[in-house]
Structure formats: structure tokens, C-alpha cells
Design a protein around this ligand. Structure first.
Ligand code: XIL
Length: 302
């Protein structure tokens, strides 16, 4: 097929993109996004600060703009994200203890219930593990409510939307030998052994010269899949240009296709100029909306 989404679909997978609602009025942006992708993530609009700006006052307008655009164009939606230490509304940042725990679970329940039946996969919890060599949880207000906060969030999400795949999502979990990867792996293994409802692990996959695509990437994806979860590449971007960047993108697609339970790949933006990254050219389309070598490599591999 001649687009990323249609080609991925022929492989039983999706190819997604993060959408910023504010850019949908840019016709070049909307045209590319609509043509190439069959899965959509809201870049910011379904995060806790967007959906519950004041406690128990929910705001779904911005998220709905993206979800409705996706649906009217025949695309599915990844929900991003229900519980995270970052992009919390101020009122949550000021909470702790059992009050925070209840507020977090209420948020998970209300947002997942609102979107019930409309979400392919939810990033229930985002970025809960620490960087570095500990393999431990990241310190955060949520973590300080008790180590079981993640499983509590997953149980609440399952109750609210039994049809959505429930994912744990993180970054720097690509290299199998890294402590953070091992920490997440042990948590998923534990959840599966105890029946905590988890269906998938999201690999953000933000790469740059200091954090290149590891040679054992396929091993990482396969080992997680072997725990009995799907794996998804959820926020892909790779700094660089030309054939070296194209080769790294190709390797990611190849690794995903080699793992039966790797359901799909999402890139974190449309054009280089849409990227969250302050500098660099990490995406598949240049600032003029033209296909880059990386695009050609991905399409050829799919
Ligand atoms: C980023 C967005 O792209 C930016 O627009 C925003 O200012 C900050 O968040 N990991 C995640 C994403 O899980 O939600 C982040 O998105 C990028 C890193």
C-alpha cells in the first residue's frame, strides 16, 4: 500500500501519530495526518491537567476535538494518559496520601468511563520508573501514596472501560540490559502472575545520538511479549537526518514486525516542525510536509 497506515494494516498492525488539536486547522498538517495514519494519540489533550483542571470538574472539549477528528476520518485512538507525575493539574500537585490516592482513582474512573468504547489502548500509567541504575520506581506524589498505586489505577481503568487495552508506558526501556527496562519487566511479570489487569506495554522510543536505538531492541520487545502482553511503540522520534536516521527508523519497524504481539507504531508528531523537541529533525516529514528518507525507509519496510 502507499501510506503508512494502510501498509501497517496489511501486516495486521496500525501506524499512528500524535496530534495537537491546535494544528488541525493547518491544512497541510491535517492532510498528511489524515492520509498517512490510522491511529491517533492526543499529544496533550487527554492528560490530567487537560481533562480535570479543577477537582471533579472535567473538561473533555480538547480531547473530544481529537477523538472526533479521528473517528470521522476512520481512525482509532490511543488514550494518553490517565496517571503521570508530570502535567498534573495544580490541585493534584498539592495533594498527598489517601486523598491523592482517591483523587487519582476518581480521575482514572471518570476519564476512562467518559471515553468508554472509544479507545483502542489507554496509557493507564506513564513514566513511573526511575532513570539510572536502581531499576526502582520513580519518586513522585503518586508513588508516595503506596507502591500499589499502579495496580490500583489499572483495576480502576479495567472497571471503567473493559474493552480498552490497558498499557504501562515509559521511556528508556528499549535496551534490554538497562536497569529501568528490567524494573518494568519485573512489574509486568508480577502483574501477570497476580492477575492485575494489564494488556500492553508502551515503549515511547524517543531516540537521539546519546540514546540510540539499541541493537537488542527486538529482544526487549520479544521478552515483554513473552510475558503475555502486547507491545506498542508509542511516541517514536529519532533525531538525525538522511540515511542514518532512515536506517534507525527501518530497524524499529523491522523489530516490531518480527514480534507477533507488537501491534503498532506511533510517531510523536507529523512534520519536524511539529515536534516537541526543541531542535532537530526527528520525524518522518520535513517542515514543508515532504516525505523524508526516513519515511521511505519505513514504508518500504512495512
Ligand atoms: C510532550 C508533548 O509532546 C509536549 O507538547 C508537552 O509540552 C510535553 O509533553 N513523554 C510523554 C509525552 O509521555 O506525553 C510527552 O509529550 C513527551 C514525553
Amino acid at each position: 500500500a502507499s501510506t503508512l497506515g494502510a501498509s501497517a494494516a496489511e501486516r495486521g498492525r496500525y501506524f499512528g501519530v500524535a496530534i495537537a488539536g491546535s494544528r488541525l486547522g493547518d491544512s497541510q498538517y491535517a492532510t498528511i495526518a489524515n492520509r498517512e495514519f490510522n491511529m491517533v494519540s492526543a499529544e496533550n489533550e487527554m492528560k490530567p491537567d487537560a481533562t480535570e483542571p479543577n477537582q471533579n470538574q472535567f473538561s473533555f472539549g480538547a480531547g473530544d476535538q481529537i477523538a472526533n477528528w479521528a473517528r470521522s476520518n476512520g481512525k482509532q485512538v490511543r488514550g494518553h494518559t490517565l496517571a503521570w507525575h508530570s502535567q498534573q493539574p495544580g490541585w493534584i500537585q498539592r495533594m498527598e496520601g489517601s486523598g491523592l490516592r482517591s483523587a487519582m482513582l476518581n480521575h482514572v474512573t471518570r476519564v476512562a468511563s467518559y471515553y468508554q468504547g472509544k479507545i483502542h489502548s489507554w496509557d493507564v500509567v506513564n513514566e513511573a520508573f526511575a532513570d539510572g541504575s536502581s531499576g526502582a520506581r520513580r519518586d513522585s506524589n503518586l508513588q508516595r501514596t503506596g507502591n500499589d498505586w499502579i495496580e490500583a489505577a489499572f483495576r480502576a481503568a479495567r472497571a471503567a472501560d473493559p474493552g480498552a487495552k490497558l498499557c504501562y508506558n515509559d521511556y528508556n526501556t528499549d535496551n534490554w540490559s538497562h536497569a529501568k527496562t528490567q524494573g518494568v519487566y519485573r512489574m509486568v511479570q508480577d502483574f501477570k502472575s497476580r492477575g492485575v489487569p494489564i494488556d500492553c506495554v508502551g515503549f515511547q522510543a524517543h531516540f537521539n545520538s546519546g540514546n540510540p536505538v539499541p541493537s537488542n531492541y527486538h529482544t526487549t520487545l520479544q521478552n515483554f511479549a513473552d510475558l503475555g502482553v502486547d507491545v506498542q511503540i508509542t511516541e517514536l522520534d529519532i533525531e538525525g537526518s538522511g540515511s542514518s536516521q532512515a536506517e534507525q527508523y527501518r530497524g524499529i519497524v523491522q523489530a516490531c514486525l518480527a514480534v507477533t504481539r507488537c501491534n503498532g507504531i506511533t510517531v510523536w508528531g507529523v512534520r519536524d516542525t511539529d515536534s516537541w523537541r526543541a531542535s532537530g529533525t526527528p520525524l518522518l516529514f520535513n517542515g514543508s510536509g515532504q516525505k523524508k528518507a526516513a519515511y521511505d525507509a519505513v514504508l518500504a519496510q512495512l
